[in-house]
Unconditional design. Sequence first.
Length: 372
Amino acid sequence: MQSLPLPENPNFSSGPCSKRPGYALSELRTDILGRSHRSSLGKEVLESACTKTAELLGLPEGYRVGIVPASDTGAVEMAMWSLLGQRGVDVMAWESFGSGWVTDITKQLKLDDVRVMEADYGTLPVLADVDFTRDVVFTWNGTTSGVKVPNGDWIPDDREGLTICDATSAVFAMDLPWEKLDVVTYSWQKVLGGEGAHGMLILSPRAVERLESYTPPWPLPKIFRLTKGGKLIEGVFKGATINTPSMLCVVDYLDALQWVESIGGVSATIARSNESLAHIAEFVANNEWVHFLAEEEETISNTSVCLTLDTSPENVKKMVKLLESEGAAYDIGAYRDAPPGIRIWCGATVAPSDVQRLLPWLAWAFEQVAGN
């Protein structure tokens, strides 16, 4: 295999994801390390992470961005525990993380008026069946299935309920219709290749109004509390985090945001992901033994690209190990709850040229393991 060029960066994990091109720890600012996150410098750095995020994403007027505990999971949990219960809920699931939100809503919060809308891996629930007089909880992109909603056209502007969207593997890689989304959550370690343990919570004015007019009937842990005395704790969205963040992770995130800005903003990061997907789509079209897990073209994810192979699960595992041993690809096995296959992360920090270099290796590995 000496004749096949290796990817320059073989890190294709879907989380934590590859660091940005040219990343170096030595380039991170260090003046905040060892300082209090409550200091003027600490608050300045944390607020910068929020304001720069809003600026790059082009959020509408009145939308707030906050840094919260426990990664995307913590952000979603905070939203559900703080906002749900005022009206009925439609919750959608077509892969493992969405199924987790179903469990939380039905078995932990134990809400009475819940409609669960589920679909198998590779497909979506019927979007036209969603009732927007109710609150709606859904993932924008199924990280473990490689299936995304195609757009936001199915969400009405005059909805009565809130839309709560887990977009952890979509933000910075997909064109999100912010005006249609009342709560958006994501984590740094996905499209921007940041470090773990911190979540981002984006609230629309409609979500803030719900927080200030409705009090859930259940106790809220401290790390979930977004209001005090019936008013939003604005400090959460200005750098005054609920608990102590890792300032090293924060400056790492700022480094990623600076990179996004330097390459042309969100349109450029979306283009990088789309280019990587285009390479894989061409490969799938030219090789009859590999297929997208997503059944409809418009729902194929451009970040967590999930593929099925015409071979046994045991052979897929052998391929994954072989590619790792050759230094061609690390961590590309399907998620443990998903159908057996390959999952190639194509978020913005992955170079499309590396995806292009990986694909001949994928064909070689298939031939080595399943060709006889």
